[in-house]
Write a protein that binds this ligand. Structure first.
Ligand SMILES: [Zn+2]
Ligand SMILES: [Zn+2]
Length: 116
């Protein structure tokens, strides 16, 4: 597959400063936060678990492929983690999928630790 390209900086998740890398032909790299997709997500995005805008590295072990909806959700939940200093109530968490929760928590941990 071709290398991901950075497109539309500023047109990604509203809570993120990072430019969005779009990945096509996603049957090879399906969305990692939703077990099933209806409709199919034909165009996915690269999410940096420790967001670039928060000082995260652009390394393979910090990159995951997610659909646009999942990507927005993860950044929204990271913002909630930061606002609530990690104490996000279950009533809020349950509105997100397990995959979104795991990646948001991992991202928050990396942000607060300042390390992978
Ligand atoms: Zn992201
Ligand atoms: Zn998805």
């Amino acid at each position: 597959m071709s290398a991901p390209t950075i497109v539309n900086p500023g047109n990604g998740p509203t809570t993120s400063q990072e430019p969005v890398e779009v990945v096509h032909r996603t049957t090879a790299e399906p969305c990692s936060v939703h077990a099933a997709h209806k409709p199919t997500s034909h165009v996915n995005e690269i999410h940096h678990v420790w967001p670039l805008g928060q000082g995260g590295p652009n390394r393979a072990d910090n990159r995951v492929v997610v659909c646009g909806t999942g990507h927005n959700s993860i950044h929204q939940l990271i913002a909630e983690y930061l606002t609530m200093k990690g104490a996000v109530p279950y009533s809020l968490l349950k509105q997100y999928t397990m995959g979104e929760r795991q990646l948001a928590k991992l991202g928050y941990d990396r942000i607060t630790r300042g390390a992978m």
